[in-house]
Design a protein around this ligand. Structure first.
Ligand code: NAP
Ligand code: MG
Length: 403
């Protein structure tokens, strides 16, 4: 069989531990036999990040801007234990944080649905994609404890030196205060990433805040979304047959629970933090959550939502067989290959990405799965297989689909 050619390279960011092991297996078993894989390779494994003083992360992000599509393996975000384990020069920052800051992007997370793994809410028939704003609010707050008898004020000194103040509270007893902020520019980037991704995936977009209570702060989010939608996206949405709608966060939660899925739910930073865990858990397995970072200019970086699966890696190092689920990492590759194919007008590559996903879903629905899914699946004839066997089983089905 002739391999599918590629014209423009994918930015490939390698990573750490068990996912690094899986990364190589996916390429060897499912990609390079069929695709003349063209990538610009960046090793974001912790050792190499340390060697390059993390420059490799910055270079990978810049390359992503240049080429438009990247695929990333899970990486270790160092903590004190990792600094010791890897003898690091510094506690390097989270690569995902660095890349997100450079691309100014929003992360979209969606579950992969398969027969036999029923969401805890059985009416959820289609994926629910959560888009979380990744800047500001309580994550960049300033907070204080306040003694009895204190008066807390909000004071703003403008560029011209004039001052505006408002009383927050006069404290008869002790208490607490918190200062939050966000930026028009960041909210606008968030909005554009959401509108672009909705168009890209042909799904409705929901956005919700608490603007009835927060009449200036949350209302600003609502207004920026609406202004950008009206000016830049309304017609595009109409011709794509999708809708944007804004509602109160309480109403959104109620609608989400009753829905059958199949839309994007854009959330402010804190709401997204909480709701993405709720949605991921309700869909069944972290190992089945995909993640894509989308910049307001339409640059895409695909990855799995889970981490490097450290515990499995230590077993792997001892020579034990692991049963690590490669689905989310595999879908990162198929997502990136599909997007590359779409951008380059390479229909063979788009077709391959679809068949790769089809083969992997079929494998699980045939009852062949890794341990994490085995314990969840309601299929009668199911077997639990090791990491490599799972990928080889996908390979058997992929071969048939491509024939
Ligand atoms: P994790 O890698 O997400 O794994 C946590 C646990 O979830 C695993 O021990 C495993 O449970 C289960 N699990 C996750 N993915 C699985 C998969 N594909 N197949 C089967 N089981 C899976 O989180 P962690 O072990 O707490 O973190 C390890 C490292 O990942 C950390 O250094 C962290 O910095 C990094 N991390 C990176 C990213 C990223 O790059 N996007 C995201 C999160 C965390 P059992 O052990 O019970 O089987
Ligand atoms: Mg969280």
């Amino acid at each position: 069989m002739q391999k599918i050619p590629m014209t423009v390279p994918l930015v490939e960011m390698d990573g750490d531990e068990m996912t690094r092991v899986i990364w190589k297996m996916i390429k060897d078993i499912l990609l390079t036999p069929y695709v003349d894989l063209k990538t610009e390779y960046y090793d974001l494994g912790l050792e190499h990040r340390d060697e390059t003083n993390d420059q490799v992360t910055y270079d990978a992000a810049e390359a992503t801007k240049k080429y438009g599509v990247a695929v990333k393996c899970a990486t270790i975000t160092p903590n004190a234990a990792r600094v010791e384990e890897y003898h690091l020069k510094e506690m390097w920052k989270s690569p995902n944080g660095t890349i997100r800051a450079i691309l100014d992007g929003t992360v979209f997370r969606s579950p992969i649905l398969v027969k036999g793994i029923t969401p805890f809410l059985p009416n959820w028939k289609k994926p629910i994609t959560i888009a979380r704003h990744a800047y500001g609010d309580v994550y960049k707050n300033v907070e204080m404890r306040v003694d009895a008898g204190s008066k807390a004020e909000l004071v703003v000194t403008r560029a011209d030196g004039s001052v505006e103040r408002q009383t927050i509270h006069e404290f008869a007893g002790g208490g607490i205060i918190q200062g939050l902020h966000n930026l028009d520019s960041s909210i606008a980037s968030f909005a554009r990433s959401c509108f672009n991704y909705a168009l890209d995936t042909k799904q409705d977009l929901w956005f919700a805040t608490k603007d009835t209570i927060s009449k200036i702060y949350d209302h600003r989010f609502k207004d920026i979304f609406q202004e950008i939608f009206d000016a830049e996206y309304r017609e595009k949405f109409e011709s794509a047959g999708i809708t944007y709608f804004y509602t109160l966060i309480d109403d959104a939660v109620a609608r989400v629970v009753r829905s059958e899925g199949g839309y994007i739910w854009a959330c402010k930073n804190y709401d997204g933090d909480v709701m993405s865990d709720m949605v991921a858990t309700a869909f069944g397995s972290l190992a089945m959550m995909t993640s894509v970072l989308v910049s307001p200019e339409g640059v895409y970086e695909y990855e799995a939502a889970h981490g490097t699966v450290q515990r499995h890696y230590y077993r792997h190092l001892k020579g034990e067989k692991t049963s690590t689920n490669s689905m989310a990492t595999l879908f990162a590759w198929s997502g990136a290959l599909r997007k590359r194919g779409e951008l380059d007008g390479n229909s063979a590559l788009v077709d391959f990405a679809g068949k790769l996903e089809q083969a992997s879903i079929q494998t699980i629905e045939d009852g062949v799965m890794t341990g994490d899914l085995y314990s969840l699946s309601t299929l009668e004839n199911k077997t639990s297989v090791d990491t490599e066997t799972f990928l080889r089983e996908i390979g058997v089905r992929l071969e048939k689909l491509l024939a």
